[in-house]
Design a protein. Structure first.
Lengths: 349, 313
């Protein structure tokens, strides 16, 4: 494919101590991201996992310049992104959104939608592309995501969710970015289509040397695609490490709960998981206000007084990676068979 | 498109039949008839009976309706019972007045409503809340009340514009303009506010979509985002509401023409109803029904142009 734009050098995305607050009414705020640090090294695939409300999409929005930053620093290579908006932002970072229906303008042809970033880029750099060049780029990109060239002349309503997500990926890649943020990019799709899109992303990552920040609530999905994992809960990082380690040997009680809550294909194992999860479950409790407490304390079977009074900081975990848990060293070793709290751990209040 | 038009015209035939039947039925149920209107209060029962026979009012209603329908099928809407004037020609002579009221009102509602709604959605803040409150007011307050307030203020207190009456455009363009300003304002308020509210809500919805987020994140100019994408997508429901508003204006025009004593179709219909002048009532009813059909056809056409989903299927 002819290079339509000059691709920038791949660089590392670093997010340091990021805080995002959303205004809710007069002088009130809700803290969506509370001091998160993470990095996406060039060419690496990092998964960001958490349940809804954990702040994972807010973090993506912050990186894309769409969320209000209260504190912290977001940098891509040496460029600080904090206050960059619109045309000033480096086009090396692109995004694929969750909803395949709201992410394409229904009144524009696919060709128009795909050409638009090219036109905006031309206007920005003063390097204009001819119509034929733009059309060639669109054709090449459609082929890359597995869609026929006729796609360009059609409207979004003529495509299925999975096809639309392919189009969204093509649109994100047409400026040859170095970092692709996938914000729940497969969550709205059927399982079989999810697998196709994930494989497409993996192929493209390998072919183009992309960095990926893959955001999802689904551990099994992220395990398929990410090399590193960051587990987020109520706006804070609970655990980080290589995907293999975090998935096979979760060291934070929250991550363990998350792993156990993912469905498996084996019915027997599924039932065993459910029983163990229920054995560990606490009666529903009101989440303590964030602040000087572990955000997971109210749901944690291992919580002690200290967990409710002192915020656990990320520190090196016994088996590698990092974990934000006061009791990380005292937890029973993880295995699917043995997840009961130890007798000595004290009964939770 | 051709098929759509043919289909709509075919559908309009039963609609016209039903509307004329309802008008005819209502008139038959209402106490009083044209004979008592012509002879006045002091008429003797004998003279009333004689006139009823002469006017054919004693015939069964189905016969009278059949008679009217037979004429209407030959484009002959009959003559007024009271004045003897041909209904078609009196419709023609009053059409200009009603169009002078309706066309500027529709244009003003569309332009001002879309502009206000769009600006308030994009800018937000005070203007947005103002539109929300005023549109509620616009829905709730009847146009004839607004008309009276406008007359009191602009015509009586300030003496800027005539309170009533109509001047022909051909005789005096400025007189024409002055005579329609207040009626158009009074009739537009509801249209402007409801179009503004619809535009505001739809534009805010479109501004939240992921494609708008994507365009902004990619540095596509704000102008292009607003006009090529947001306004274009918001236009679809706005056009629908414009159609509803325009249809509502036809009945609004009947009130407004009476308040401002404009010699249009609305005041013709009102007078004919008071006089039990059935052929005139039916004539205006059929004409307004045709207007509604035409407005809907235009809206469907616009919808087809705006919405690729409709175009494809």
């Amino acid at each position: 494919m002819k290079a339509a734009t000059t691709a920038g050098e791949a660089a590392e995305l670093t997010v340091s101590d990021l805080v995002v607050d959303y205004p809710i009414g007069w002088r009130r705020h809700r803290r969506a991201v509370d001091g998160v640090s993470l990095s996406v090294p060039a060419g690496r695939a990092v998964g960001l996992v958490g349940e809804s409300g954990s702040g994972k999409s807010s973090l993506a929005k912050a990186v894309l310049g769409m969320a209000p930053l209260s504190a912290g620093r977001i940098a891509y290579g040496t460029t600080v992104l904090n206050d960059l908006r619109g045309a000033a932002r480096p086009q090396d970072i692109q995004v694929v959104f969750q909803d395949p229906y709201s992410s394409l303008d229904p009144t524009k042809t696919i060709g128009y939608t795909l050409q638009e970033p090219l036109r905006a880029h031309s206007a920005r750099t003063g390097r204009s592309l001819s119509r034929a060049e733009r059309e060639e780029s669109v054709r090449a990109m459609l082929a890359k995501v597995g869609l026929p060239a006729e796609t360009a002349g059609r409207y979004p309503s003529q495509f299925s969710g999975g096809q639309r997500q392919r189009i969204s990926i093509a649109r994100a890649l047409i400026l040859q970015p170095r970092l692709l943020i996938c914000d729940e990019a497969v969550s709205a799709l059927d399982l079989s289509i999810q697998a196709q899109i994930l494989n497409l992303l993996l192929e493209l990552q390998a072919e183009l040397g992309l960095s990926l920040l893959f955001i999802t609530h689904d551990l099994s999905v992220v395990n398929h695609i990410a090399e590193d994992l960051v587990v987020l809960f109520r706006g804070r990082v609970m655990e980080t490490g290589s995907a293999e380690l975090v998935y096979r040997q979760p060291q934070h009680p929250y991550t363990r709960q998350l792993v156990m809550s993912a469905p498996t294909q084996d019915l027997e194992a599924q039932r065993a998981r459910r029983e163990r999860r229920e054995a560990l479950a606490l009666p529903p409790a009101r989440p303590a206000p964030l602040g000087e407490a572990c955000p997971f304390a109210h749901r944690c079977a291992f919580a002690v007084e200290r967990c409710r009074n002192e915020r656990p900081l990320l520190r090196d975990a016994p088996l590698g990676g990092q974990v934000a848990c006061h009791r990380a060293d005292e937890l029973p070793p993880w295995s699917e068979e043995h997840t009961q709290p130890r007798e000595a751990s004290g009964s939770p209040a | 498109m051709g098929r759509l038009i043919v289909h709509r015209v075919a559908m309009s035939i039963p609609l016209l039949l039903i509307v004329s039947l309802i008008i005819f039925g209502l008139e038959a149920v209402v106490p009083g008839d044209a004979a008592s209107t012509i002879l006045g209060q002091n008429a003797t029962p004998e003279s009333l009976a004689a006139l009823r026979v002469q006017l054919g009012l004693n015939d069964p209603w189905i016969v009278r309706y059949g008679h009217w329908l037979g004429g209407a099928l030959h484009a002959d809407l009959g003559t007024s019972i009271i004045s003897g004037v041909d209904v078609t020609s009196s419709l023609n002579s009053r059409l200009a007045v009603t169009l002078s009221l309706l066309v500027p009102t529709m244009l003003l509602s569309a332009v001002a409503g879309i502009a206000l709604g769009f600006a308030s959605a994009v800018r937000g803040g005070i203007l947005g809340r103002f539109i929300d409150v005023v549109s509620l007011f616009g829905f709730a307050v009847p146009s004839f009340w607004i008309a009276l307030i406008l007359v009191t203020f602009f015509a009586v207190h300030l003496n800027l514009l005539p309170a009533t009456g109509y001047q022909d455009f051909a005789t005096s363009p400025t007189g024409w303009l002055k005579s329609i300003i207040l009626p158009v304002l009074a009739l537009s308020l509801q249209g402007i506010t409801s179009v503004a509210k619809q535009t505001r809500d739809t534009v805010m919805e479109v501004l939240e979509t992921d494609y708008v987020k994507f365009l902004r994140a990619n540095g596509v100019s704000e102008r292009s985002v607003r006009y090529r994408h947001v306004l274009r997508n918001a236009a679809i429901p706005v056009v629908t509401s414009l159609g509803l508003v325009s249809v509502g204006m036809l009945s609004g025009a009947v009130f407004i023409e009476n308040v401002f004593v404009l010699p249009g179709l609305g005041s013709l219909a009102t007078q004919a109803t008071l006089d039990h002048d059935v052929p005139v009532i039916l004539g205006v009813g059929v004409f307004f029904t045709l207007c509604v059909i035409a407005i809907n056809l235009v809206i469907d056409f616009a919808y087809g142009l705006l919405n690729p989903k409709v175009r494809v299927s």
